[in-house]
Structure formats: structure tokens, C-alpha cells
Design a protein around this ligand. Structure first.
Ligand SMILES: *Cc1c(COP(=O)(O)O)cnc(C)c1O
Length: 426
């Protein structure tokens, strides 16, 4: 397909698709591994993977055939019944969560998206607080928890909320990684604290060790639930199942250093197939009773089989090691880029293959991008030369490649970034 066809498709899209997104002028058509192609045939190195979704890149044959085989056999029967894929997937998530956690087994509620996974744990918190009359959930500034009413109410970003008031009551936001602020925000109505292990939309900001352990201590003394939104930072993106395990690595083997009460997951766990999951600590497994929560599609046999296959591929291809090796290689190369471009790059952040480059913003002359965040402009410059990255708040671009990303592909990403940097004003 040529460029005028792509332009025509975009014009049709503008008429048919509700305009809730400012989209880049690209129509993607297919992909393989770390590469994705648009309808003009242009090739891109995909360091965005649908925002940390495609854990094994594009067109993975094993995942595709597992989905195909399950689709022929059984797709859904409703949650009034059991299916083997759902049981196996929940067992797998429970066992992965147990690795560094000697507490009683957890339980899992399956859904279809991140926002839904958060809805479940926020309802858990409300239900848990009923007896003591507590309902307030404290989250952090610049957090992102999704787009449903509860999720925008929970998120610490005004731009998600403006125009939708009144929001759901009972949420409070405090600065991230600030234990003192959290301590001061707690009242006798507080029932839960919810944070991302690494803030994603907020600009790739990992929680510190001291913060995680401090929150846990604080919460324990007041019977407050600790809930982790692991939707973007989970599923081995940092080299361990959960980002807090990676953050606390040196401490975590000293027996249960950090045990959350609830963890929401989505994005990577389906490796491209839509699915969400809420893990709930065993001690709370009786809080949400029969009839208290539900879903039609959640946990269907098809999405469960896809996600189970994703978990199996992690083992089969030693993905955790790859994320560590290639992640630290990429980080080292990005640090070198920063050193050579100190007037353009402010900071490199992140863990494993969840990395952020914060730029020092400059005046943008390009009409279309001059009023948008600087990260949107840098993203456009990357796309122009065939590198797909994802912007985050407001001056950071995210590097979120597939978890099987190779060293050679990392070198290619660095060389593409180099030429973008050469092209940016200093
Ligand atoms: C993407 C994301 C969500 C929302 O997930 P959806 O699947 O879009 O509903 C929630 N929290 C975090 C941290 C996310 O990155």
C-alpha cells in the first residue's frame, strides 16, 4: 500500500473513530518479533509494544497457535462454571506470587483489562473497610490507574478527571516516594494505600526500597491494606514477576520482606490478548463473597489459555535472565547517550526493560507539536526514523521493548536514538 492509501485510511479513521486520542499519522498493518510495519511498508523497531503489552513481540507462533487451538475447543462458558485453563492460570499466578511469600495462598479474580483489575481491588478495600467504617484509599500524585470512574478518581492526575466531576469520593493523593506525606495523609477513615511499583504514565519512576518497606510498616500498624498496581511494571518487565521483588531484591530473601494485600495485573500477562487479574492475599480471600463481584468475559477459557501460554513461554525461553542482561546493557548504553548529550537528556530511569529517558525540553517549531508535551515531539522524531517509543509525562519517553529483546536490537535502538538526539536542538 502506498502513502496516499495510508492518508485515505487515516481520513476515514477520523470520521469513524471517536476522537478521544491524538493519534500519530501511521496505520500499522503487521509485525514480527521486535518489528512492526505500517501500511506503506515502512519498518519500525518496536520499543513500545502496545505500552508494555506484547511480552513476546509481534506474531509469536506459539502464542498464536495456543489461542487458535483453544478457540477451536472452547472459548467461554460463563463464570457459573469452571474451565481448566482458568483454574491453571489462577494456580500459576498464585504460585508466582508465592515465590517470596510464605503466607497462606492467595486467590485470583480474572477480568479483561487493567482498569477492571483495579476496580476489583478497590472494591475489596471498600468491602474490607465496611466493618470499621473506613473507605478512604490513598494513592500518589502522577499515578495512573485506568479510565473507569473509580480508576480516574484513584489516579493522581487532574487531566484525567477534568470534565467528569463529580468523581467517586474517598480518594486522596500524596507525593510518590514520600513516606512522611503518606503518614500525614492517613486518617481514621483510611482503609488502603494503592501505588504503582514503578510509575509508568507518570514518567518511569520506581518506588524506593525504603518507601515500600516503610509503607508496609505504616500500614500494618493501622490495619491498612497495601495494594500494588502492577499493570505496567509487572509480568517480568523488570526481570522478576513483580517490580517490588526486583526493587527489594537484596532484602527480599530475608523472609517476606514485602507482602502486599492485593496486586492488579493486566497488559503483559496476556502478551497481546486482553486480560486482567487481581491477586488477593489469602488472609483476605473471604472479603469478596459470592455475588459481590463478577464479569461475563473475565477469565474465559480463551484469554486464560493465552495468558497461561505467556507464563509458560517465560520459563521456556529464560526470559527473566534476558530481561536482566539486555536491560542492564541498554541502561548502560542509555547512560552513555546521556553523558554525550548532557544538554538534551536529563535522566535515565527504570529497571529491566521498563526504561525512561527524560529530556530537557526545548522550544518546538513544528506547528503540529509546538503546543504538545515535549515527549510527544521526541516520539514523533523517533517514529520518523523507524523507532517506536511511547511518551510519558511530560518530557519522558518510554522504552518498553518485548521481553525477548536481543542485544543486537538494543544496539539498533541506541543507534536510532543517537540520530534523533543529533537532530534535536541543544
Ligand atoms: C495501563 C494501566 C492501567 C489501565 O489499564 P487498562 O487495561 O488500559 O484499563 C492501570 N494502571 C496502570 C499502572 C497502567 O499502566
Amino acid at each position: 500500500m502506498n502513502n496516499s492509501n495510508q492518508k485515505e485510511l487515516i481520513a476515514r479513521g477520523e470520521h469513524a473513530i471517536l476522537g478521544t486520542y491524538k493519534r500519530y499519522d501511521i496505520v500499522f498493518s503487521h509485525g514480527k518479533g521486535s518489528y512492526v510495519y505500517d501500511t506503506t511498508g515502512k519498518k519500525y523497531l518496536d520499543c513500545g509494544t502496545g505500552i508494555a503489552v506484547l511480552a513476546f513481540g509481534h506474531g509469536n507462533e506459539e502464542l498464536a497457535s495456543a489461542i487458535y487451538e483453544q478457540a477451536k475447543k472452547l472459548t467461554t462458558v460463563s463464570n457459573l462454571f469452571y474451565t481448566e485453563p482458568q483454574i491453571k492460570l489462577c494456580e500459576k499466578i498464585v504460585s508466582e506470587m508465592k515465590q517470596n511469600n510464605s503466607e497462606e495462598d492467595g486467590r485470583v479474580f480474572l477480568s479483561n483489562s487493567g482498569a477492571e483489575a483495579n476496580e476489583c481491588i478497590m472494591k475489596l478495600a471498600r468491602a474490607y473497610g465496611q466493618k470499621s467504617g473506613r473507605f478512604e484509599i490513598i494513592t500518589t500524585i502522577n499515578s495512573f490507574h485506568g479510565r473507569t470512574f473509580a480508576a480516574i478518581s484513584a489516579s493522581g492526575q487532574d487531566k484525567l478527571k477534568v470534565g467528569f466531576e463529580p468523581l467517586l469520593p474517598g480518594f486522596k493523593h500524596v507525593p510518590f516516594n514520600d513516606l512522611e506525606a503518606m503518614k500525614n495523609a492517613i486518617t481514621d477513615k483510611t482503609v488502603a494505600i494503592m501505588i504503582e511499583g514503578i510509575q509508568g504514565e507518570g514518567g518511569i519512576i520506581p518506588a524506593t526500597k525504603e518507601y515500600l518497606l516503610g509503607l508496609q510498616e505504616l500500614a500494618k500498624s493501622k490495619d491498612i491494606l497495601i495494594m500494588i498496581d502492577a499493570i505496567q511494571c509487572g509480568f517480568y518487565r523488570t526481570g522478576r514477576f513483580q517490580s517490588y521483588e526486583r526493587i527489594l531484591e537484596s532484602k527480599i530473601d530475608e523472609e517476606c520482606a514485602f507482602i502486599p494485600d492485593a496486586v492488579s495485573m493486566a497488559k503483559g500477562i496476556g502478551a497481546g490478548f486482553p486480560i486482567g487479574a487481581s491477586w488477593i492475599n489469602g488472609r483476605l480471600s473471604g472479603v469478596l463473597k459470592p455475588g459481590s463481584h463478577g464479569t461475563t468475559f473475565g477469565g474465559n477459557a480463551l484469554s486464560s489459555a493465552a495468558s497461561l501460554t505467556a507464563f509458560n513461554l517465560i520459563e521456556k525461553y529464560s526470559i527473566k535472565n534476558n530481561v536482566r542482561t539486555v536491560g542492564s546493557y541498554l541502561t548502560k548504553k542509555l547512560e552513555e547517550l546521556k553523558r554525550d548529550n548532557s544538554s538534551k537528556i536529563k535522566e535515565i530511569r527504570g529497571l529491566g526493560l521498563m526504561l525512561g529517558i527524560e529530556f530537557i525540553p526545548k522550544v518546538v517549531r513544528d506547528e503540529k507539536y509546538k503546543d504538545l508535551p515535549y515527549a510527544s515531539y521526541v516520539t514523533k522524531k523517533c517514529l520518523d526514523i523507524g523507532l517506536l517509543v511511547i511518551p510519558a509525562a511530560p518530557n519522558t519517553i518510554r522504552i518498553l521493548p518485548q521481553l525477548g529483546f536481543s542485544k543486537e536490537e538494543a544496539d539498533e535502538a541506541i543507534s536510532l536514538l543517537k540520530s534523533v538526539l543529533d537532530d534535536l536542538d541543544s
